[in-house]
Design a protein. Structure first.
Length: 165
């Protein structure tokens, strides 16, 4: 009789450098780097010191492993995964890959990350789409537990919060 084997559970907390003085929430602009990524960057920097020592396979093996890993995670195929230099490039690839009709509307929130404007604004003239920038409300709770609404552009929050244990 065959028995199923399971791999030991990974303690993902061990895969990240601990930030002891803050709870860091600005992952869009400057995200913390996991230890495995840090090691990969260090290896790439070593290759940059002596590029003639960099194996040709290094250009393809890393991205192929990443595609396979992401595909497994989301139930896709590696050839369906695109790797880009960042969110702006990825958003542009998606935007240009869709079929647009004049009058199609794109909604984004006021104060959103600049890639929203850089992606959609030029497409207004070229594709005839309409970019609508809308405010959005954020719910807060008063000290008595009752909800209070604020327009998001009037809310200011620190990018880091004091660390509490």
């Amino acid at each position: 009789m065959a028995t199923a084997t399971t791999s030991p559970a990974t303690d993902y907390r061990q895969e990240w450098f601990e930030i002891e003085d803050a709870t860091y929430l600005n992952a869009a602009g400057q995200a913390p780097m996991p230890k495995v990524s840090h090691r990969a960057v260090q290896a790439a920097l070593e290759w940059k010191k002596n590029p003639h020592h960099m194996p040709d396979s290094a250009h393809f093996e890393g991205p192929n492993r990443i595609r396979a890993s992401i595909a497994e995670l989301i139930g896709g195929k590696p050839e369906e995964i695109a790797l880009t230099t960042g969110a702006s490039t990825g958003m542009s690839a998606v935007a240009y890959g869709l079929t647009w009709k004049p009058g199609d509307e794109i909604l984004t929130a006021k104060g959103e990350f600049p890639l929203q404007y850089a992606t959609w604004k030029p497409m207004e003239a070229r594709e005839g789409i309409v970019l609508k920038i809308v405010p959005f409300a954020v719910r807060h709770l008063e000290t008595d537990g009752s909800p209070r609404r604020h327009r998001a552009e009037n809310c200011r929050a620190s990018r880091t919060l004091p660390h509490r244990r």
